[in-house]
Design a binder for this molecule. Structure first.
Ligand code: SAM
Ligand code: DTB
Ligand code: SF4
Length: 332
């Protein structure tokens, strides 16, 4: 690791307000604190802003799988690679509502619907708006991720009652072009601006473990924490292995301690954002997840599947959260 581990307990010089002017030196200072100082600071910030013994539970459904024109090098759903994913059409609303009902019964409080699109077409959006309204009526928070969004589409989703829009910045500006060429980071930032303008809450994070450096991971946090307003939700995905995509040639799973450092730094830089351990929990031990919760992670995806890859099974999550005395939709 090139980021220096600092000797002093206050090397990050952080402020607890929701700052959007973080410097690289500050972020690296936090990340490189002695581990106990970093986790203590993150846990302190966490307690000032959240119930430290509660974790949010979200459930994910792929409403349109595969056949995507984009070239995201980590993704099984791009039509450019052969990851063995069979393309499907957009699901019927009744099937989506049935899945949302089942997710609620299983303990989810948020239902996230994902489509493998570059951006939605008008007709697609009408159908997704109907799904959002119907899922919300079940008493679930709603989230969709449909690719790039213009202001007109964002406003229609807001009118349908959408709570969150997920659109990840994915990685640092420096590493970005080696993973994705069909949409720019600026395109993504514009989508987030449209979502914000329409009054929808933002869910935006990224992926680690694709072969990037620690500096790139910190670069991603700087992008997120210096947006005009912090995303309300910040998903941190460990790359979930899929065969046949370019990232499989460069991927390297982060050292578990580096994962905890990243979560803690995210918690301190975005004190009021919900930080989600998203993809890749299947590779994490119970002990690593416990450390991530201690460092300020406070959301998980539940359910056996994410979109095309696996997630830990429900009984394992129930047992883990119960051993940690953490409340969630799973225990209610
Ligand atoms: N097509 C839309 C888009 O990309 O904007 C929405 C769906 S896309 C699958 C949502 C996010 O999932 C991506 O931005 C990426 O961060 C994450 N993702 C995709 N494949 C992944 C993988 N194998 N491991 C971890 N995260 C992944
Ligand atoms: C996010 O940040 N992670 C989720 C959700 N947003 C849409 C997606 C994870 C996908 C993992 C790979 C797969 O299952 O295909
Ligand atoms: Fe398409 Fe989204 Fe996968 Fe990129 S991440 S290939 S946009 S489904």
């Amino acid at each position: 690791m090139k980021v220096a581990v600092a000797a002093g307990a206050n090397a990050g010089g952080y402020s607890q307000s929701a700052r959007t002017d973080w410097t690289r030196a500050e972020a690296e200072g936090l990340y490189g604190l002695p581990f106990a100082d970093l986790v203590f600071k993150a846990q302190s910030v966490h307690r000032e802003n959240f119930d430290a013994n509660h974790v949010e539970t979200a459930s994910l459904l792929s409403i349109k799988t595969g056949g995507c024109p984009e070239d995201c090098g980590y993704c099984s759903q791009s039509a450019r690679y052969d990851a063995g994913v069979k393309p499907t059409r957009l699901m019927d609303r009744s099937d989506v509502v049935a899945a949302a009902r089942a997710a609620k019964r299983a303990g989810a409080t948020r239902f996230c619907m994902a489509a493998a699109w570059r951006s939605p077409k008008d007709r697609d959006l009408d159908q997704v708006c109907d799904m959002v309204t119907a899922v919300k009526a079940l008493g679930l928070e709603t989230c969709v991720t449909l690719g790039m969004l213009d202001i007109r589409h964002a406003e229609r989703l807001a009118e349908a009652g959408l709570d969150f829009y997920n659109h990840n910045l994915d990685t640092s500006p420096e590493f970005y072009a080696s993973v994705i060429t069909t949409r720019s980071l600026q395109d993504r930032i514009e989508t987030l601006a449209n979502v914000r303008e329409a009054g929808i809450k933002i869910c935006s994070g990224g992926i680690v473990g694709m072969g990037e450096d620690i500096e790139d991971r910190i670069g991603l946090l700087l992008l997120l924490a210096n947006l005009p307003g912090h995303p309300e939700s910040v998903p941190i995905n460990l790359w979930n292995e899929v065969k046949g995509v370019p990232v499989s040639a460069t991927a390297k799973r982060p050292d578990p301690i580096a994962t905890v450092r990243l979560v803690a730094t995210a918690r301190i830089m975005m004190p009021k954002s919900v930080v989600r351990l998203s993809a890749g929990r299947q590779y994490m031990s119970d002990e690593l997840q416990a450390l991530c919760f201690l460092a300020g992670a406070n959301s998980i995806f539940i359910g056996d599947m994410l979109l095309t890859t696996k997630n830990p099974q429900a009984h394992r999550d129930v047992a883990l959260l119960s051993r940690l005395g953490i409340t969630s939709g799973l225990s209610e």
